[in-house]
Design a protein around this ligand. Sequence first.
Ligand code: 1PR
Length: 535
Amino acid sequence: VDDDSVVTLLDYGAGNVRSVRNAIRFLGFDIKDVQTPEDIMNAKRLIFPGVGAFAAAMDVLNKKGMAEMLCAYIEQDRPFLGICLGLQLLFESSMENGPVKGLGLIPGVVGRFDSSNGFRVPHIGWNALQINKDSQILDDIGSRHVYFVHSYRAMPSDDNREWISSTCNYGDNFIASVRRGNVHAVQFHPEKSGDVGLSILRRFLYPKCEITKKPVQKKASKLAKRVIACLDVRTNDKGDLVVTKGDQYDVREHTKENEVRNLGKPVDLAGKYYLDGADEVSFLNITGFRDFPLGDLPMLQVLRYTSENVFVPLTVGGGIRDFTDGTGRYYSSLEVASEYFRSGADKVSIGSDAVYAAEQYLKTGVKTGKSSLEQISRVYGNQAVVVSIDPRRVYLKDPNDVEFKAIRVRNPGPNGEEYAWFQCTVNGGREGRLIGAFELAKAVEELGAGEILLNCIDCDGQGKGFDIDLIKLISDAVRIPVIASSGAGAVEHFSEVFSETKASAALAAGIFHRKEVPIQTVKEHLLKEGIEVRL
Ligand code: 1PR
């Protein structure tokens, strides 16, 4: 292979860098993995997609003798692109489980976002940048958004000013990218930033390509509200993996055959929604509670194929729990999640198992560290763990009739009840548990969830709008991002959920599968209503 079309990749094995690989290949380059410190010095161009925790990454770099080599490579002004943690590691130190010493090439300490000023941490989603100087790789992004996911950030100071090529505002004005000569690093994820991200990578890989400077946005950018396309996936009675969609979680057609509703093929639909402008794509393996996902290889294949062409974040849920198969082989939930990450998922979503973990935690007040939620967020970071809640409304005459959080609802129940609580369910809504969505959300936040996917069985597939009472209750109760789900039937439902609740994202399925409203139309409507979105 010609040296000119090779990218050297520094992957120290701490997480999912599949998307970076896919993006590099998509742009026509081959990949050579760094095996020895010398491979760094021999690189023609080096990409360092930092994943995992700061201390663990520094540890590996030091132990393998790569830290020194990396510093030498950068000091020699050789082509380098650090991504996310790959930017943070260039600084002197980080407060992530620290202070922990970094590579020390850029003055400054990486600190945690402050969530006390109302900004949700992790910072997850799409923001525009303020470009400070000729950044070369960012020169044609203008005011378009890029995708961030992190809880720690480096701040500008007089000492590091010469490095800063762009900043981003999220409570703080933090460093979004740095550049010195041929050395670049970005806090956001170009490999997850759609077309814009691919063009940033392209500029790094082809530094001589022509630049068309886009006008830079005048007013400050806010974190864009996300629109997420969701694919409920399961095997139909013929054994094919299909995208299905329920009405209040019932996915069977009401015909004589009673077949599973089939709305298309998962990989094709995910690709289509990416091109249509989805900010994320979620796959929910809805029979995961009874089928073991690692036995269910098609789901892993779906992720592998999808991630080859879809450059926005992918979430996968269903069946994340400990499991013993027919031969007595035990699989931990961490193994299941790791397999999903390796296959291309950026986040995993846990449903039933998070309910059991929260029940246990609320009963004992002890964090055992053993639940799937705790284990996966400890290893992959809490930004990689979504908890999916499947609540059902239970109407009440008197809020004191239950020990769970009950609220006065906008529309009274069938017998004029003015109150309701939101009962959590497991196994795809089949079993109600004695815990409310409010209690669950707060408990899983404490246990390490990075985001909440808030479904609503009553509204699912009804097209009558999101459950504003429920979404307001939960998005006011937690400091992690909340994804509103279930019930979207018109563009106005999206603007309603964003103006009346603190939801960070809105997820929909039926409205997109039935081609009633394209994703782009939803976004144009939101923009018209003064809500920031990524176009
Ligand atoms: O319990 O960890 O195995 O996870 C199972 C996952 O599968 C959970 O996230 C659960 O929400 C999901 N699930 C289980 N059964 C169903 C079902 O429909 N029978 N789907 C199901 C849940 C809900 C939404 C849906 C929105 C938007 N789907 O994700 O996409 O309600 O729909 P709409 O816009 O058409 O109204 P575990």
